[in-house]
Write a protein that binds this ligand. Structure first.
Ligand SMILES: Cc1cc2nc3c(=O)[nH]c(=O)nc-3n(C[C@H](O)[C@H](O)[C@H](O)COP(=O)(O)OP(=O)(O)OC[C@H]3O[C@@H](n4cnc5c(N)ncnc54)[C@H](O)[C@@H]3O)c2cc1C
Length: 356
């Protein structure tokens, strides 16, 4: 007999919050369980850049993207590795997803013009890009729950809510001061001025996760933190719920319409990283959320689900840390004029301006 039940169980509170919001809007009762003490996962630690081809954000900005161009691009970059129905499904549903987030959260999106596609040289690729971002979000809207948001990579006492689009000009302030200085002034003003008004703005993934969290709170969707998926509960060939560890004991949850596994990757499972990525990986240095240890992947595998592309990841250049320190994120510094990156032999090993 189950301890509790919901129409939909969402495991993981990063992008899982979007699933929870969509289901709630459809009238389903939803429960989100989250292994960490904080809400947001790697999503809250990320840059928050959203690749949203064709959708309303690009259309409103006059970006001129079309379904055909976006599909051509996806065919060029992922056709060999994923069934076409998946990329087609993605492109087809971007608009509905953005509209849903606009209805269910206070998030506001904009087109990050000139944030190039990762492969602009491929057919359908765009150098002006299809990446969108959220405007800086006032996390004080979370009220007492603000401290429950997964901290960002670089927590500072005085916030300077910097979007990717801002960062471009801030990074080039010495070269293009007419763009860089006003951008700095605007964001410092927003951060400091906001504090004086009792607001605390966050940009990037912090803003994105905070906005979804605000929607989840507004909808009254329960989120059980410090609650870890142990295994899926099956009845024959049907998943009927899950067993989680909550408050130090096993709790059985019935999910009448299914379970969404949104437990992120295996960033911090060195066993999996050695197995699927490289045996030469040394210490555990991933910048992803600490609780992401591949639990959802394993839960699926236990039921016979297939895995693929396990060597792939959202890689990011970082500077190797001194012992005991976290890696330093390296954004655009490497591609600044005059920057060269060399290996321990003093030789260049990459195109510093390459986006990936
Ligand atoms: C530094 C950095 C920058 C990035 N920037 C970008 C970017 O700009 N654009 C982009 O598209 N991508 C970016 N990414 C990648 C992106 O953040 C991730 O692909 C995305 O956030 C993954 O979302 P998710 O919901 O799958 O996982 P997450 O957001 O990590 O959510 C998974 C959640 O599941 C929880 N969980 C794990 N195991 C269990 C369990 N057993 N039971 C219950 N809960 C569990 C975790 O605690 C976590 O909260 C970046 C990543 C990093 C690390």
């Amino acid at each position: 007999m189950a301890d509790t039940s919901a129409d939909l169980l969402v495991v993981g509170s990063g992008t899982g919050m979007a699933a929870a919001l969509a289901a709630h809007e459809l009238g389903l009762s939803v429960l989100v369980v989250e292994k960490a003490s904080h809400v947001g996962g790697s999503t809250a630690r990320s840059g928050g850049a959203l690749w949203l081809p064709v959708g309303p954000v690009l259309a409103e900005a006059g970006a001129g993207d079309t379904q055909e161009h976006a599909t051509t691009y996806l065919d060029a970059v992922v056709a060999d590795s994923a069934p076409r129905q998946r990329s087609t499904g993605f492109v087809t549903h971007v608009s509905a997803m953005v509209d849903m987030l606009r209805r269910t959260t206070p998030l506001r999106f904009f087109w990050a013009r000139d944030y190039s596609d990762y492969h602009p040289e491929e057919p359908g690729g765009s150098a002006t890009g299809r990446t969108c971002e959220c405007h800086p979000f006032d996390t004080s809207l979370l009220g007492a729950y603000r401290t429950r948001l997964e901290p960002g990579l670089m927590e500072v006492s005085v916030p300077v809510p910097t979007t990717g689009a801002d960062y471009r000009w801030m990074n080039l302030v010495a070269r293009v001061p007419r763009k860089g200085i006003p951008t700095f002034a605007k964001r410092i003003g927003q951060g400091v001025g906001g504090l004086m008004l009792g607001r605390r703005y966050a940009a990037g993934g912090q803003g994105l996760a905070a906005g979804m969290f605000a929607g989840v709170l507004r909808a009254g969707i329960p989120v059980w933190t410090d609650t870890s998926l142990l295994r899926l509960d099956v009845d024959g060939h049907r998943v009927r719920g899950a067993i989680v560890v909550h408050g130090g004991r096993e709790v059985s949850i019935t999910a009448r319409h299914g379970v969404v596994l949104a437990t992120g990757g295996f960033d911090h499972s060195m066993d999996m990283r050695w197995k699927f990525q490289s045996e030469s990986l040394g210490a555990n240095l991933s910048l992803g959320a600490a609780a992401n240890t591949g639990d959802g992947i394993r839960a699926g595998q236990e039921l016979g689900a297939g895995i693929d592309l396990m060597d792939q990841a959202w890689w990011f250049p970082a500077v190797a840390p001194l012992p005991g320190e976290a890696p330093a994120v390296m954004l655009a510094e490497r591609s600044l004029p005059g920057s060269l990156i060399v290996n321990q032999h003093g030789s260049r090993f990459a195109n510093e301006s390459s986006i990936t």
